[in-house]
Design a protein around this ligand. Sequence first.
Ligand SMILES: O=C1O[C@H](COP(=O)(O)O)[C@@H](O)[C@H](O)[C@H]1O
Length: 260
Amino acid sequence: MTPPQLVVHRDKELMAQAAAARLITRIVDAQAARGHASVVLTGGRNGNGLLAALAAAPARDAVDWTRLDLWWGDERFLPEGDPERNVTQAREALLDAVELDPARVHAMPASDGPYGKNVDDAAAAYAAELAAAAGPEDHGRVPSFDVLMLGVGPDTHVASLFPELPAVRETERTVVGVHGAPKPPPVRISLTLPAIRAAREVWLLAAGEDKAEAAAIALSGAGEIQAPAAGAYGRSRTLWLLDAAAASQLPRALYPPASA
Ligand SMILES: O=C1O[C@H](COP(=O)(O)O)[C@@H](O)[C@H](O)[C@H]1O
């Protein structure tokens, strides 16, 4: 487990811009080193804010978008093109504006796709897609993502791993169908904690007053079943990117020196 590092920005706009700049650098470095990069996107307000900031950043042209693999940490199990789907929102915020290779855009299945309403089959298919992309150099049944981003929900959920639900207890499968999520829609697909932990870097995004309690709980030693964000960490780095409002309830001892 890599201990969390915290960076606190003045407000959510600056946080989104700084995180977008950080992501550009990370992708460019990975592409320079290996020829390609892989990023796992998150849904939610903070994830989409970051993508919109990236779309507006002139430095986005430093990325070779055709050599970037995109995956999702979770998806709302809704019909293709539904405005509430995370992939629809990501397309609007950024993806439609850059030259991606469609074969490298790994959206999670929709509820009107090949698996119909069977979310468990859809989750298994996404697990198989991840396994097929994992190489011998990877540490398991998912690729070693360069960066995996997670928006932190006000209840400490990440991806679609909600406190106390079966999905957050999963230790074998890499992707699961989620039933009965407390946040609509109730049916979702999610990476599990073991899949999340295969990433080189995990970035948790939390901006806004409504994330303050969740950040404080997750960073104060809570268990991952009760506070899923506490169980999200990367193999090389775990980075919490916060704004001042989301950091406002952190214990003083956790507050980064530069922000004190
Ligand atoms: O439903 C979801 O919510 C979380 C957090 O969203 P936010 O709007 O509270 O920031 C998000 O991370 C997840 O991907 C999404 O499906």
